[in-house]
Design a protein around this ligand. Structure first.
Ligand SMILES: Cc1cc2nc3c(=O)[nH]c(=O)nc-3n(C[C@H](O)[C@H](O)[C@H](O)COP(=O)(O)O)c2cc1C
Length: 398
């Protein structure tokens, strides 16, 4: 019988969180899926769970002592890092996250982070206030900007009794992400994926503009996931504060007109177009050269912006086209109509009451064959992979 992670070498880093006991279940799930797992623990982690538990279940010695050379006299962290396909740190404490973000290497687990060349996945776990602290968030942003994959924590009751964000991601979410990173990797090789992301801003005068609440996170997650799966990725982004995923070529635009030109200018090279941007439907008919003075009342005339997706649909050729439909009502019927009208292969409908601007989202994916798949609330990274799974299926003609 074959398993999804057969032949994969995973390092599981366990740190000193109250959720450390959940790492035992993660180990069991990963080995159950066929992976060989080496566990590395911090000193604090050993206060929560005995290394013996992990040793028994992984059937391997547990790495705790940086200064113990391994059996063939290699330097342990260098040898282990070089062999691994993935380094998963779950749970990751605020302390360890800070060390990773700043290159501090004072134990086995943090040395391994600096010496491994494989993808790194963090699953943070901590109390609500710790997780919300700007220092922790800044450190996570730093790590993400360097290509570290970070799972969103879950909302719920915490060990302290507080309710909020900070719980370790669910076991199946963590293992699903591991599987995604290890098994999807090359199925978009040879494709050029153009992703649009973020809002557009339509200027009214030099200081004011019309826009929307899009954060750009969905589009950036798609760009990153497509890159992980071997695609050459072009990202056309409206104004956002998000860092460019490493290896992705980004063009910054402000207005819908600029986005249209940036997309059409790169369309010939594109084999898959995914329009995740929240393009403003309208723009002010005039753009005042000077700041508009305060008036008793003001009427602004709006003009329709170009429909980038419809334009790309007219020039479709063999390209795969994926659109998004953000709705507050009649989600599926509106999305279906848009799919047909704009010659799309797939449409991702999201109820903007969940997820617009946030880290997670809930979407329904529709295809040309009339299939309608409603996904549960997932991180945007996971949704990105789900969308790309279906893009790959369209390419294969499934
Ligand atoms: C009972 C208890 C529970 C803790 N849970 C967490 C936690 O969930 N997340 C966290 O970041 N720190 C937690 N801490 C604090 C860490 O154990 C502490 O910051 C430690 O230095 C982490 O070391 P490490 O990152 O090297 O494992 C907890 C401490 C105690 C005493």
């Amino acid at each position: 019988m074959t398993h999804s992670l057969d032949g994969k070498e995973i390092i599981l880093g366990v740190t000193g969180s109250i959720a450390a006991y959940k790492a035992v279940e993660i180990l069991r799930e990963l080995t159950g899926r066929g992976a060989a797992v080496t566990v590395v623990m911090t000193e604090s982690a050993q206060r929560f769970v005995s290394p013996l538990t992990f040793e028994t279940l992984s059937r391997r010695p547990i790495l705790t002592d940086l200064f113990a050379l391994d059996y063939d006299k290699q330097i342990g962290h260098v040898a282990t890092g070089g062999r691994a396909d993935l380094y998963l740190i779950a749970p990751a404490t605020a302390n360890t996250i800070a060390k990773l973000a700043h290159g501090i290497a004072d134990d086995f687990l943090t040395n391994l982070y600096l010496s491994c060349t494989c993808p790194v996945l963090l699953a943070p776990a901590m109390d609500r206030e710790m997780y919300a602290h700007p220092t922790v968030q800044e450190n996570l942003t730093r790590l993400k900007a360097r290509g570290v994959h970070v799972l969103e924590t879950e909302y719920g009751e915490l060990a302290s009794g507080l309710i909020g964000r900070g719980r370790l991601a669910d076991l199946l979410t963590i293992c699903g992400e591991v599987e995604g990173l290890l098994t999807h990797q090359e199925d978009l090789q040879g494709e050029t994926v153009l992703v649009t992301a973020g809002p557009t801003q339509e200027p009214l005068d030099p200081v004011r503009f019309l826009s929307n609440r899009s954060s750009g996170r969905m589009g950036f997650a798609i760009a990153q996931a497509a890159r992980d799966r071997g695609a050459h990725v072009l990202l056309v982004s409206g104004p956002t504060s998000l860092p460019t995923p490493p290896g992705v070529t980004r063009t910054d635009v402000t207005t819908a007109e600029e986005m249209l030109h940036a997309v059409l200018g790169q369309l010939d090279a594109t084999t898959i177009l995914i329009m995740a941007a929240a393009v403003a439907d309208y723009r002010p008919s005039t753009h005042a050269p000077k700041k508009m003075k305060k008036q008793e009342s003001l009427t602004i005339e709006l003009l329709r912006n170009p429909d980038i997706l419809a334009e790309a649909g007219r020039q479709k050729e063999s390209r795969i086209l994926v659109g998004f439909a953000a709705e507050t009502e009649d989600l599926v019927s509106n999305a279906r109509e848009k799919l047909q009208k704009k010659h799309l292969d797939l449409i991702v409908a999201n109820d903007i009451r969940v997820g617009f601007g946030g880290e997670t989202t809930r979407v329904t994916i529709l295809d040309r064959q009339g299939q309608v798949e409603e996904l549960p609330e997932l991180s945007k990274r996971e949704v990105a992979h789900q969308i790309l799974d279906r893009v790959v299926a369209v390419r294969r003609g499934d």
